[in-house]
Ligand binder design. Structure first.
Ligand SMILES: Cc1ncc(COP(=O)(O)O)c(C=O)c1O
Length: 395
Protein backbone atom coordinates (compact mmCIF):
# COMPACT_ATOMS: atom_id res chain seq x y z
CA UNK A 1 0.00 0.00 0.00
CA UNK A 2 1.41 3.40 -0.92
CA UNK A 3 1.11 6.22 1.59
CA UNK A 4 1.12 9.95 1.04
CA UNK A 5 1.77 10.79 4.66
CA UNK A 6 4.37 13.56 4.84
CA UNK A 7 4.45 14.28 8.56
CA UNK A 8 7.81 15.54 9.75
CA UNK A 9 9.86 14.63 12.76
CA UNK A 10 11.35 17.34 14.96
CA UNK A 11 14.79 18.83 14.53
CA UNK A 12 15.66 17.37 17.94
CA UNK A 13 14.80 13.90 16.69
CA UNK A 14 16.74 14.50 13.47
CA UNK A 15 19.78 15.61 15.46
CA UNK A 16 19.66 12.37 17.41
CA UNK A 17 19.67 10.42 14.12
CA UNK A 18 23.00 12.04 13.30
CA UNK A 19 25.38 9.11 13.31
CA UNK A 20 28.52 10.89 14.44
CA UNK A 21 29.59 7.99 16.65
CA UNK A 22 29.51 5.59 13.71
CA UNK A 23 31.90 2.72 14.15
CA UNK A 24 32.19 3.01 17.92
CA UNK A 25 29.38 0.62 18.76
CA UNK A 26 29.77 -1.64 15.71
CA UNK A 27 32.09 -4.11 17.45
CA UNK A 28 29.92 -4.24 20.57
CA UNK A 29 26.73 -4.66 18.51
CA UNK A 30 28.30 -7.46 16.51
CA UNK A 31 29.48 -9.14 19.71
CA UNK A 32 26.03 -8.91 21.30
CA UNK A 33 24.53 -10.45 18.15
CA UNK A 34 27.06 -13.30 18.41
CA UNK A 35 26.11 -13.84 22.06
CA UNK A 36 22.43 -13.91 21.08
CA UNK A 37 23.23 -16.64 18.57
CA UNK A 38 24.90 -18.53 21.44
CA UNK A 39 28.34 -18.16 19.85
CA UNK A 40 31.18 -17.94 22.38
CA UNK A 41 32.17 -14.28 22.83
CA UNK A 42 34.02 -12.32 25.52
CA UNK A 43 32.16 -9.06 26.09
CA UNK A 44 34.68 -6.61 27.54
CA UNK A 45 32.77 -3.72 25.96
CA UNK A 46 29.93 -3.53 28.47
CA UNK A 47 29.41 -0.90 31.19
CA UNK A 48 26.75 -2.83 33.07
CA UNK A 49 28.07 -4.37 36.31
CA UNK A 50 27.94 -8.18 36.32
CA UNK A 51 27.62 -8.15 40.12
CA UNK A 52 24.18 -8.87 41.56
CA UNK A 53 22.03 -6.25 43.26
CA UNK A 54 22.13 -6.86 47.02
CA UNK A 55 19.52 -9.61 47.73
CA UNK A 56 18.12 -7.66 50.70
CA UNK A 57 17.53 -4.68 48.37
CA UNK A 58 15.54 -6.94 46.07
CA UNK A 59 13.60 -8.20 49.11
CA UNK A 60 12.90 -4.63 50.13
CA UNK A 61 11.46 -3.83 46.67
CA UNK A 62 9.22 -6.91 46.86
CA UNK A 63 8.03 -5.91 50.35
CA UNK A 64 7.27 -2.43 49.05
CA UNK A 65 5.32 -3.81 46.08
CA UNK A 66 3.37 -6.08 48.39
CA UNK A 67 2.51 -3.09 50.57
CA UNK A 68 0.90 -1.47 47.54
CA UNK A 69 3.62 1.10 46.81
CA UNK A 70 2.68 1.07 43.14
CA UNK A 71 1.21 4.56 42.71
CA UNK A 72 2.33 8.03 41.67
CA UNK A 73 5.16 9.39 43.81
CA UNK A 74 5.89 13.04 44.70
CA UNK A 75 7.59 14.82 41.78
CA UNK A 76 10.66 15.69 43.83
CA UNK A 77 10.97 12.09 45.03
CA UNK A 78 9.91 10.22 48.17
CA UNK A 79 10.82 12.09 51.36
CA UNK A 80 12.34 8.97 52.92
CA UNK A 81 14.80 8.55 50.04
CA UNK A 82 15.57 12.27 49.84
CA UNK A 83 16.23 12.37 53.60
CA UNK A 84 18.53 9.34 53.32
CA UNK A 85 20.50 10.98 50.50
CA UNK A 86 20.58 14.37 52.26
CA UNK A 87 22.03 12.73 55.39
CA UNK A 88 24.71 10.98 53.33
CA UNK A 89 25.48 14.29 51.60
CA UNK A 90 25.73 16.12 54.93
CA UNK A 91 28.19 13.53 56.20
CA UNK A 92 30.30 13.37 53.03
CA UNK A 93 30.46 17.10 52.32
CA UNK A 94 30.61 18.37 55.90
CA UNK A 95 27.94 20.91 54.88
CA UNK A 96 24.29 20.62 55.92
CA UNK A 97 22.09 19.27 53.12
CA UNK A 98 18.31 19.62 53.20
CA UNK A 99 16.04 16.96 51.59
CA UNK A 100 14.57 19.78 49.46
CA UNK A 101 17.98 20.12 47.81
CA UNK A 102 17.57 16.61 46.39
CA UNK A 103 15.51 15.69 43.30
CA UNK A 104 15.07 12.05 42.28
CA UNK A 105 15.25 10.98 38.62
CA UNK A 106 14.96 7.68 36.75
CA UNK A 107 18.75 7.33 36.42
CA UNK A 108 21.68 9.70 36.23
CA UNK A 109 21.28 10.04 32.45
CA UNK A 110 17.85 11.58 32.86
CA UNK A 111 19.11 13.73 35.74
CA UNK A 112 21.91 15.12 33.54
CA UNK A 113 19.52 15.75 30.65
CA UNK A 114 17.11 17.54 32.96
CA UNK A 115 19.82 19.67 34.56
CA UNK A 116 21.29 20.74 31.23
CA UNK A 117 17.81 21.37 29.77
CA UNK A 118 17.15 23.74 32.68
CA UNK A 119 20.48 25.56 32.32
CA UNK A 120 21.15 25.85 28.60
CA UNK A 121 19.61 27.41 25.51
CA UNK A 122 20.31 26.09 22.01
CA UNK A 123 23.65 27.46 20.83
CA UNK A 124 25.12 27.82 24.33
CA UNK A 125 28.54 26.32 25.05
CA UNK A 126 29.34 23.59 27.58
CA UNK A 127 32.96 23.10 28.54
CA UNK A 128 34.05 19.54 29.30
CA UNK A 129 37.08 17.28 29.26
CA UNK A 130 37.79 14.44 26.84
CA UNK A 131 37.88 11.48 26.96
CA UNK A 132 34.31 11.72 28.25
CA UNK A 133 31.43 9.32 28.85
CA UNK A 134 29.82 8.55 25.46
CA UNK A 135 26.32 9.12 26.84
CA UNK A 136 26.86 12.90 27.18
CA UNK A 137 27.09 13.22 23.39
CA UNK A 138 23.41 12.47 22.73
CA UNK A 139 22.26 14.79 25.52
CA UNK A 140 24.25 17.70 24.11
CA UNK A 141 22.98 16.95 20.62
CA UNK A 142 19.34 16.75 21.77
CA UNK A 143 19.67 20.14 23.47
CA UNK A 144 21.49 21.61 20.43
CA UNK A 145 24.31 22.99 22.56
CA UNK A 146 27.98 23.15 21.64
CA UNK A 147 30.58 20.94 23.23
CA UNK A 148 33.77 22.91 23.88
CA UNK A 149 36.23 20.24 24.90
CA UNK A 150 39.80 20.08 26.09
CA UNK A 151 41.93 16.96 26.52
CA UNK A 152 42.87 15.39 29.82
CA UNK A 153 46.63 14.95 30.20
CA UNK A 154 46.66 11.43 28.76
CA UNK A 155 50.34 10.72 29.39
CA UNK A 156 49.95 11.75 33.00
CA UNK A 157 47.23 9.35 34.18
CA UNK A 158 44.54 11.32 32.29
CA UNK A 159 45.00 14.14 34.80
CA UNK A 160 42.60 17.09 34.79
CA UNK A 161 43.97 20.59 34.32
CA UNK A 162 41.95 23.47 35.77
CA UNK A 163 43.88 25.94 33.59
CA UNK A 164 42.59 24.08 30.50
CA UNK A 165 39.02 24.79 31.65
CA UNK A 166 39.79 28.46 32.09
CA UNK A 167 41.31 28.62 28.60
CA UNK A 168 38.25 26.90 27.07
CA UNK A 169 35.66 29.39 28.38
CA UNK A 170 33.93 31.39 25.62
CA UNK A 171 31.41 34.24 25.82
CA UNK A 172 28.70 31.62 25.15
CA UNK A 173 29.75 29.28 27.99
CA UNK A 174 27.00 28.73 30.57
CA UNK A 175 28.07 25.41 32.09
CA UNK A 176 31.29 23.64 32.99
CA UNK A 177 30.58 19.91 33.18
CA UNK A 178 32.95 17.56 35.00
CA UNK A 179 32.95 13.85 35.82
CA UNK A 180 34.90 12.58 38.79
CA UNK A 181 35.79 9.73 39.07
CA UNK A 182 35.82 9.68 35.30
CA UNK A 183 34.53 7.24 32.71
CA UNK A 184 36.47 5.96 30.77
CA UNK A 185 39.83 6.89 32.32
CA UNK A 186 39.22 6.37 36.05
CA UNK A 187 40.87 9.75 36.77
CA UNK A 188 39.90 11.79 39.83
CA UNK A 189 39.91 15.53 40.49
CA UNK A 190 41.62 16.59 43.71
CA UNK A 191 40.01 18.65 46.44
CA UNK A 192 42.16 21.65 45.49
CA UNK A 193 41.21 21.40 41.83
CA UNK A 194 37.51 21.16 42.65
CA UNK A 195 37.72 24.11 45.04
CA UNK A 196 39.55 26.25 42.50
CA UNK A 197 37.17 25.31 39.70
CA UNK A 198 34.08 26.04 41.80
CA UNK A 199 35.45 29.46 42.79
CA UNK A 200 36.40 30.26 39.20
CA UNK A 201 32.95 29.27 37.90
CA UNK A 202 31.19 31.26 40.62
CA UNK A 203 33.22 34.33 39.79
CA UNK A 204 32.37 33.97 36.08
CA UNK A 205 28.65 33.26 36.70
CA UNK A 206 28.99 29.73 35.36
CA UNK A 207 27.21 26.63 36.61
CA UNK A 208 29.51 23.79 37.61
CA UNK A 209 27.83 20.40 37.13
CA UNK A 210 29.60 17.28 38.41
CA UNK A 211 28.71 13.68 37.54
CA UNK A 212 29.83 11.53 40.48
CA UNK A 213 28.24 8.16 39.61
CA UNK A 214 31.53 6.33 40.26
CA UNK A 215 32.06 8.03 43.63
CA UNK A 216 31.90 4.75 45.55
CA UNK A 217 34.15 2.74 43.20
CA UNK A 218 37.54 4.15 44.14
CA UNK A 219 40.72 2.27 44.95
CA UNK A 220 43.75 3.86 46.66
CA UNK A 221 42.28 7.37 47.09
CA UNK A 222 38.90 8.36 48.49
CA UNK A 223 36.50 10.32 46.33
CA UNK A 224 36.20 14.03 47.14
CA UNK A 225 32.77 15.36 46.31
CA UNK A 226 32.46 18.74 44.62
CA UNK A 227 30.17 19.77 47.46
CA UNK A 228 32.89 19.06 50.01
CA UNK A 229 35.51 20.98 48.07
CA UNK A 230 33.50 24.03 46.98
CA UNK A 231 33.55 27.01 49.33
CA UNK A 232 30.13 28.11 48.09
CA UNK A 233 27.38 25.83 46.79
CA UNK A 234 25.33 28.45 44.91
CA UNK A 235 26.40 27.44 41.42
CA UNK A 236 27.14 23.78 42.07
CA UNK A 237 25.02 20.79 40.93
CA UNK A 238 26.03 17.20 41.68
CA UNK A 239 24.55 14.16 39.91
CA UNK A 240 24.79 10.66 41.37
CA UNK A 241 22.94 7.35 41.15
CA UNK A 242 22.84 3.68 42.04
CA UNK A 243 23.56 2.10 38.65
CA UNK A 244 27.27 1.50 39.13
CA UNK A 245 27.89 1.50 42.89
CA UNK A 246 25.00 -0.81 43.72
CA UNK A 247 24.85 -2.74 40.42
CA UNK A 248 21.33 -1.39 39.86
CA UNK A 249 21.46 -0.18 36.24
CA UNK A 250 18.04 -1.60 35.42
CA UNK A 251 16.29 -0.04 38.41
CA UNK A 252 16.83 3.44 36.93
CA UNK A 253 17.55 5.56 39.98
CA UNK A 254 19.59 8.75 40.10
CA UNK A 255 19.44 12.13 41.79
CA UNK A 256 20.68 15.70 41.81
CA UNK A 257 21.91 17.80 44.72
CA UNK A 258 21.70 21.57 44.30
CA UNK A 259 20.28 24.69 45.91
CA UNK A 260 16.51 24.69 46.53
CA UNK A 261 15.76 27.37 43.92
CA UNK A 262 17.39 25.26 41.22
CA UNK A 263 15.78 22.12 42.68
CA UNK A 264 12.39 23.83 42.17
CA UNK A 265 13.25 24.42 38.51
CA UNK A 266 14.20 20.75 38.17
CA UNK A 267 10.92 19.81 39.85
CA UNK A 268 9.01 21.87 37.25
CA UNK A 269 10.92 20.12 34.46
CA UNK A 270 10.62 16.59 35.79
CA UNK A 271 6.93 17.12 36.62
CA UNK A 272 6.36 17.82 32.93
CA UNK A 273 8.53 15.04 31.57
CA UNK A 274 8.68 12.16 34.08
CA UNK A 275 5.92 12.77 36.63
CA UNK A 276 7.62 10.89 39.44
CA UNK A 277 9.74 7.75 39.81
CA UNK A 278 8.46 4.30 40.94
CA UNK A 279 7.65 4.23 44.63
CA UNK A 280 8.95 0.70 45.18
CA UNK A 281 12.24 1.49 43.43
CA UNK A 282 12.69 4.54 45.66
CA UNK A 283 11.91 2.46 48.78
CA UNK A 284 14.50 -0.12 47.71
CA UNK A 285 17.01 2.66 46.92
CA UNK A 286 16.62 4.13 50.42
CA UNK A 287 17.12 0.65 51.83
CA UNK A 288 20.19 0.02 49.66
CA UNK A 289 21.83 3.31 50.67
CA UNK A 290 21.21 2.60 54.36
CA UNK A 291 22.51 -0.99 54.34
CA UNK A 292 25.42 -0.98 51.94
CA UNK A 293 28.64 -0.61 53.93
CA UNK A 294 29.77 -4.22 53.58
CA UNK A 295 28.39 -4.52 50.05
CA UNK A 296 30.23 -1.44 48.78
CA UNK A 297 33.48 -2.58 50.41
CA UNK A 298 33.07 -5.89 48.55
CA UNK A 299 32.28 -4.16 45.24
CA UNK A 300 35.34 -1.95 45.59
CA UNK A 301 37.58 -4.89 46.42
CA UNK A 302 36.25 -6.95 43.51
CA UNK A 303 36.86 -4.19 40.94
CA UNK A 304 40.27 -3.56 42.44
CA UNK A 305 41.30 -7.21 42.00
CA UNK A 306 40.03 -7.12 38.42
CA UNK A 307 41.79 -3.82 37.70
CA UNK A 308 45.09 -5.19 39.03
CA UNK A 309 44.66 -8.36 37.01
CA UNK A 310 43.94 -6.49 33.75
CA UNK A 311 46.82 -4.03 34.26
CA UNK A 312 49.24 -6.91 34.96
CA UNK A 313 48.13 -8.77 31.84
CA UNK A 314 48.44 -5.60 29.71
CA UNK A 315 51.94 -4.93 31.06
CA UNK A 316 53.00 -8.46 30.11
CA UNK A 317 51.77 -8.22 26.51
CA UNK A 318 54.31 -6.64 24.20
CA UNK A 319 52.85 -3.71 22.25
CA UNK A 320 50.08 -2.88 24.75
CA UNK A 321 50.27 -0.37 27.57
CA UNK A 322 47.94 1.22 30.08
CA UNK A 323 47.96 3.50 33.09
CA UNK A 324 46.48 2.14 36.27
CA UNK A 325 43.05 3.77 36.79
CA UNK A 326 42.37 5.23 40.23
CA UNK A 327 38.65 4.45 40.16
CA UNK A 328 35.72 3.19 38.14
CA UNK A 329 35.08 0.10 36.08
CA UNK A 330 37.36 0.50 33.06
CA UNK A 331 40.95 0.33 31.82
CA UNK A 332 42.08 2.33 28.77
CA UNK A 333 44.65 0.38 26.74
CA UNK A 334 47.00 2.06 24.26
CA UNK A 335 47.21 -0.04 21.08
CA UNK A 336 49.19 2.40 18.91
CA UNK A 337 52.20 0.05 18.72
CA UNK A 338 50.16 -2.79 17.25
CA UNK A 339 47.27 -1.28 15.26
CA UNK A 340 46.51 1.69 13.01
CA UNK A 341 43.68 2.70 15.36
CA UNK A 342 41.58 1.52 18.29
CA UNK A 343 38.73 0.81 15.84
CA UNK A 344 40.97 -1.44 13.69
CA UNK A 345 42.25 -3.24 16.78
CA UNK A 346 38.74 -3.83 18.13
CA UNK A 347 37.36 -5.03 14.77
CA UNK A 348 40.23 -7.43 14.14
CA UNK A 349 40.27 -8.74 17.70
CA UNK A 350 36.58 -9.61 17.51
CA UNK A 351 37.01 -11.31 14.11
CA UNK A 352 40.07 -13.29 15.18
CA UNK A 353 39.38 -14.11 18.81
CA UNK A 354 35.74 -13.24 19.63
CA UNK A 355 36.79 -10.66 22.25
CA UNK A 356 34.84 -7.40 22.20
CA UNK A 357 36.42 -4.12 23.42
CA UNK A 358 35.22 -0.55 22.82
CA UNK A 359 37.25 1.77 20.53
CA UNK A 360 38.54 4.73 22.55
CA UNK A 361 37.65 7.27 19.86
CA UNK A 362 34.05 7.13 21.07
CA UNK A 363 35.21 8.98 24.19
CA UNK A 364 37.09 11.63 22.25
CA UNK A 365 39.43 11.98 19.28
CA UNK A 366 42.38 12.10 21.69
CA UNK A 367 41.80 8.40 22.43
CA UNK A 368 41.69 7.07 18.86
CA UNK A 369 44.73 4.91 19.66
CA UNK A 370 43.01 3.37 22.67
CA UNK A 371 40.46 0.71 23.42
CA UNK A 372 38.42 0.55 26.63
CA UNK A 373 38.21 -2.72 28.53
CA UNK A 374 35.43 -3.12 31.05
CA UNK A 375 35.97 -4.64 34.49
CA UNK A 376 32.33 -5.71 34.59
CA UNK A 377 33.35 -9.31 33.98
CA UNK A 378 34.70 -11.80 36.52
CA UNK A 379 38.31 -13.00 36.52
CA UNK A 380 37.24 -16.31 34.99
CA UNK A 381 36.07 -14.37 31.91
CA UNK A 382 38.93 -11.84 31.92
CA UNK A 383 41.50 -14.66 32.00
CA UNK A 384 40.54 -16.46 28.77
CA UNK A 385 39.78 -13.09 27.14
CA UNK A 386 43.32 -11.87 27.82
CA UNK A 387 44.77 -15.25 26.77
CA UNK A 388 43.07 -14.62 23.46
CA UNK A 389 44.29 -11.00 23.23
CA UNK A 390 47.82 -12.33 23.84
CA UNK A 391 47.42 -14.99 21.14
CA UNK A 392 45.97 -12.39 18.74
CA UNK A 393 49.04 -10.19 19.14
CA UNK A 394 51.57 -13.03 19.00
CA UNK A 395 50.44 -13.95 15.49
C1 LIG B 1 29.93 8.78 33.85
C2 LIG B 1 28.56 8.20 33.72
N1 LIG B 1 27.50 8.96 34.03
C3 LIG B 1 26.25 8.49 33.92
C4 LIG B 1 26.01 7.19 33.49
C5 LIG B 1 24.59 6.71 33.36
O1 LIG B 1 24.08 6.35 34.61
P1 LIG B 1 22.56 5.88 34.78
O2 LIG B 1 22.52 4.39 34.54
O3 LIG B 1 22.23 6.22 36.20
O4 LIG B 1 21.73 6.62 33.81
C6 LIG B 1 27.08 6.37 33.16
C7 LIG B 1 26.86 5.00 32.64
O5 LIG B 1 27.72 4.35 32.10
C8 LIG B 1 28.39 6.88 33.28
O6 LIG B 1 29.46 6.14 32.99
Amino acid sequence: MTTHFQGRISELSERLMDDTDSGVWDVHDRAVAMAERDEPVYLLSVGDPDLPTLPSTIRSAIDSLEKGRTHYAPGRGEINLRTTIANIETASSGKPCDPNEIVIFPGATNAIYSVLACLLNPGDDVVLAEPMYIGYEGILRALNVNKVSFDLDIGNGFAFDVEAVKAAITPKTRVVFINTPGNPAGNMLTQDQLRELAAFCLERNLWLVCDEVYSMITFEDTHVSLRRAAASLENVIVVDGLSKSHAMTGWRLGWTVCNTTMADRLLDFTSSTIFGCCQFVQDAAAFALSNDEEYIAGVRQEYRVRRDYVCERVAAISGLSCQVPKAGMFVMINVSAVAASGIDFAEELLDAESVSVLPGVGFGACCSDYVRVSLAQPINVLTPAFDRIERFLSR
